[in-house]
Each structure stands twice: as C-alpha cells, then as structure tokens.
Design a protein around this ligand. Sequence first.
Ligand code: NAD
Ligand code: ZN
Length: 360
Amino acid sequence: RTLEVNSSQWTYNVYIGPDLRFEVSKYLPNSYDKILIVTDRHVEQLGYLNEVISDLQKHAKQVYSFTVPAGEESKKLDVFEQLQTDAIKKGLDRKSLIVALGGGVVGDLTGFVAATFMRGIDYIQVPTTILAHDSSVGGKVAINHSLGKNLIGAFHAPKGVIYDLSTIKSLPLVEKRSGFAEVIKHGLIADKNMLNQLMEHVQTLETINQKILEDALYNGIKIKAHIVEQDEKEKGIRSHLNFGHTLGHAIEAEAGYGSITHGEAVAIGMLFALQVSESHLSLSFSNNRFKNWLKQLAYPLHMVKDLQIESLIERMKVDKKNQSGQIRMVLLKDVGMPELYTINENRLLSELKTFINEVI
Ligand code: NAD
Ligand code: ZN
C-alpha cells in the first residue's frame, strides 16, 4: 500500500507491505551512483543489512554501509561526526543517497546527517520498528545533547519511506509495547474506529494479528502525515501528536532513560491525559476499560507509584509546549478531538495525586 506525503520540500511516498526490504531499489525516486546505508548492530545481526545491500547493488555502482551501536546512545554528536567523516571519505556528494535502516534512533540520526552533509542530500527511511511508523514520517530529525533530548536537529523530509512490515516480527516484546503506544495515540487523537478495532482485537502484544497490525500502522501513518502536512513546523496542530507526552516525557526523565521505554511512559501519560480530559473538558470515555486494556497489554502503570509527584510537576513545567510558565497539555474533547489546554498547576498536582492513587 502507498501513501503520499506533501512536505514543503517535496512530496514523497510511504510504501507499506511485507518483505519490502528485498526490493528497496524498486521504490527509489531517482537513480544514484553512491548509496550509504546506516543501520545499528541489532538490525545488522538480524541479516536485514545484507539483504538490503544485495538488492541495492543492482541499482547503484557503489553501496556502502555504516553500523552504529544499538540504542539511544548513538543519537549523539560523536557518532554524528563519525558518520560525516565516513561519508566524506567515501566520496559521497549531492547526488548520493543515504538510507536509514532501523528504528527511530537510526532514522533520527541518519536524517540529521543527511540534512547537514553538504547542506542536505537525499535520504530514505527504511523503518524496522513499530515506533518508527511514527518517527520515519514528518521530517523531524535530531540528535541528543547531554543537556537534553533532540536538542540539535533539523526539518529534512525523506525522499521516501519503505516500511517492511515483516521486520517487525523480530522485535523484542518490550519494543513492540513501546511502539504500540504511539499507534494507540494515533487512534485516540484522530480515529475512534481504529481505537475500537484495536481495543477489541489486540489482547496481547506477543502475537498481534498481522492484518490488524497492518491496518493500524497504515492508519497511524495516514494520521501522522495528515497532521504534519498541515503544520510541518509545529506552530499549531502538530502539537496534538504530543498527546500523552507531557507526563510521559516527565516519567521517562524521572525514572531514568532506559529503565522504561518511551512508549510505555507515553501510555501512562495518555491514561493521565484522559483523566484530566474527563475533569476539565467533560470527555466521556470508559477510562476504566482503557486502563484494564493497557494492563492486559502489560504496560507498567504501577511504576508511577515510585516517582516523586513534585519532581514530575517540575519536569512537566519545562515541556516545549508551555508558554510563559503555564503548563499546557493536549486533552481530548472526544476521541478524535484533541485540543491544547492550559492547566493550573495546583489542579494538576491534585489530578496527579488522584491518578497515582487510583492507577492500580
Ligand atoms: P530504536 O531505534 O532504538 O529501536 C529499538 C530497539 O530495537 C533497538 O535496540 C534496535 O536495535 C532494535 N531493533 C530495531 N529494529 C528491529 C527489528 N526489526 N527486530 C529486532 N530488533 C530491532 O528505537 P525506536 O523505539 O524505534 O525509536 C526511538 C527513537 O525515535 C527515539 O530516539 C525518539 O526520540 C525518536 N522519535 C523520533 C520522532 C520523530 O518525529 N523524528 C518521533 C518519535 C520518536
Ligand atoms: Zn512519542
């Protein structure tokens, strides 16, 4: 299946289907002499790198690869520099292509390398995680600074996204759970039917019905694409994609990156945002059923009990969405109707206390 995304730079296609890694060359928008594939150690070890190399060798004279260590640690300046050095030494130029083969880490890092190498060259995303259905679309690319996540980055749209759904089968359960939270988020902010489908048919993440997952990823990408097309630079509605992330980011930072995945933290943040939506916007939604579903999918809701409420609030205050010191959260008037809302700090504190007491 194919989706078209209109960015201010150019229009690109997202191809979604099984085993696409064997035919990446078929979907390239131009011809290229030199191609550099960037991946991480896990993805290489699974054999995906060699499969993509074999295919691309049919297309380009020179196909190179560069493997970075797996995990968030690779989204940093010195790995970025190593990649730039490698690209220069291999003689890449403005007519070359860089391929990001992996999850969101490889995608963000590689995209930023492509955005800055010789002031910007073509790259394509070949996502291999559920989470990357989200991160590979929209052109936000970045690396982390020791003082904060994603602080150094750019907007640089890919020339294409080639999403091989078969690669998801090898994902560890905890990574499926992380990515699936963003799928749920897309349903909550934009598509009631999609959410109902998921709640009805996904009872475990160990084995997800392939058809259900495919449809959900397709719809999720469509929703993300639709939002970023209207607000590429996050001046308005792109912030709706931040649903669940105000508390989610605070939890991740407070618990320590690595001790909980991004999506697990976002799932807890979404449950909280739903509670606040009920009290602030009279959303009517069966929160209990949703909470039980998250528990069934083994999202670690109880972990918030071990965190300091005051520190969480402090962290929520430094969120990018805030303006003049006021805390802003994305809330839902209804499923599919998000709205950015300013919350009084004292009310937020009492909401968070209630939330933590009732979470298990
Ligand atoms: P990731 O890239 O680290 O992948 C998670 C783990 O799964 C890694 O260990 C990786 O090696 C492994 N892996 C990847 N594909 C696999 C496969 N098919 N089988 C088995 N293992 C596989 O993390 P992620 O969750 O994909 O992405 C998280 C990153 O995405 C964060 O850095 C976040 O900031 C970024 N992000 C960016 C955007 C954006 O718009 N640019 C949006 C959301 C998140
Ligand atoms: Zn997220």
